[in-house]
Design a protein around this ligand. Structure first.
Ligand code: NIG
Ligand code: FE
Length: 408
């Protein structure tokens, strides 16, 4: 065969085993080729194996000099399209003012919504672009981006348009999600708001193809399970996938409802207990842990260890957003999942690649396989474990995204 590019001199070529979401202890299973090479043709992996077995020709060859190569990370949960800042919240939180109290008083997420409402689509793209590049430098080959800082259908559709424009100018894959984030403060306006979501916003986002999934923040200070049921039914009726923010502060039935709707993922899970863990283990829904939130808000760590021991599929993501997780590195999210959520290094790698891809319903990313996208991380060292080990400095030497070298 003739490939566009052969990368050789790979000390360890490492990928999660299996296909789809890896569940339970299978999350520890990695395929490791030593003294390996990988060939890229167009934007796909066209060959991989022991370097000595390569018998093809390549237009370009690069000797990586004994480095480890893993799949580019999949950041399956971010909110990077926002305007303004939450630095006052940060100071208040440092004086122990609860996140939910800030939200209930009209601040927090609602403050970001006010600031975002004042920005044009062009400005939103400008604000989001450096955040996307930071995530890419932190290892992301794919970034899910949620809307959710708009009060109106127009504002939400504008955020989805900003996500689409951003996707055209960055080398990472972008997966857009419509997030139904917080209801109007006045209870009397909630029915009209839900009506707007189901009869205008979801149909229009579907028509424009600017969202692949609908996410709902199910929480005491936000949407009830009754509200979410209405929104999920509309999402499914329009052929969109379902995801949810659940059990961040209170376990009010979000996990169970999302599973009932066949959600591709439920995210947060900081206060999930035994029954939610068992429900997830018995479902096909991926449980996504967000250690940046635990660190930044000082709330409990999601039960990553218990979920895996029970047989669930666990993913990890940054939740990059201004209020609960200003974390701009999926590599660090993975590293924190080992320290805060009790994952092994191998489970963290699977959580940040193959399982995060499953949380986005994507089967072309997150593993190294012939035919899959050539989204690769070349580490600075010969041992893949430096990726979940390193805190602060970057263990990444270079990235290949869609078969092309990424330069920031
Ligand atoms: O995933 N919990 C709700 N939504 C986001 C936070 C957004 C914000 O604080 O601006 C989250 O934590
Ligand atoms: Fe979030």
């Amino acid at each position: 065969m003739t490939a566009d590019h052969l990368y050789t001199g790979i000390a360890q070529l490492v990928s999660p085993s299996g296909s789809g979401a890896s569940r339970g202890l299978a999350m520890n299973e990695l395929e490791i080729h030593e003294h390996a090479a990988i060939a890229v043709t167009g934007d796909r992996i066209s060959w991989m194996g022991r370097a000595a077995d390569w018998a093809g020709r390549a237009t370009h060859t690069t000797d990586l000099g004994g480095r480890a190569v893993v799949p580019a990370l999949v950041d399956s949960h971010t909110h990077i399209v926002w305007a303004g800042d939450r630095l006052a919240d940060f100071e208040a939180r440092a004086s122990n003012v609860p996140y939910e109290q800030i939200l209930a008083a009209g601040g927090g997420i609602r403050r970001t919504m006010e600031q975002t409402a004042a920005a044009t689509v062009e400005e939103l793209v400008q604000f989001a672009a450096p955040r996307a590049h930071a995530l890419i430098r932190g290892g992301a080959g794919t970034i899910e981006i949620k809307s959710g800082y708009g009060f109106t259908a127009e504002a939400e559709l504008a955020a989805l348009e900003a996500i689409q424009r951003l996707a055209e100018q960055i080398p990472a894959n972008v997966v857009p999600t419509l997030l139904i984030h917080v209801p109007p403060r006045e209870a009397s306006q909630r029915p009209a708001y839900l009506d707007m979501v189901t009869t205008t916003l979801i149909p229009e986002a579907t028509r424009r193809r600017t969202a692949r999934a609908v996410d709902v923040f199910i929480e005491r200070e936000s949407f009830t399970t009754d509200d979410a049921r209405i929104i999920f039914a509309a999402a499914r009726a329009h052929g969109l996938a379902v995801k949810a923010h659940v059990d961040q502060f209170h376990a009010i039935g979000g996990v169970e409802l999302a599973i009932e709707f066949g959600a591709i993922s439920v995210d947060h899970l900081e206060v999930s207990g035994r029954s939610q863990v068992e429900a997830l283990a018995a479902s096909t829904t991926v449980g996504t842990i967000l250690p940046g939130v635990t660190l930044h808000l000082g709330i409990p760590a999601a039960p990553g260890r218990a979920l895996i021991d029970a047989g669930a599929a666990v993913a990890v993501a940054t939740d990059c957003n201004p209020g609960s997780s200003p974390l701009f590195s999926p590599q660090l999210a993975m590293a924190y999942a080992v320290r805060l959520n009790g994952l092994t290094p191998a489970e963290a790698l699977t959580a940040g690649t193959a399982n995060a891809a499953a949380a986005l319903d994507r089967d072309d990313i997150g593993r190294l396989r012939v035919g899959m996208r050539a989204d690769l991380l070349v580490l600075a060292s010969a041992d893949w474990r430096d990726l979940p080990y390193t805190l602060g400095g970057s263990p990444i030497d270079r990235m290949i995204l869609g078969g092309r070298e990424y330069s920031s």
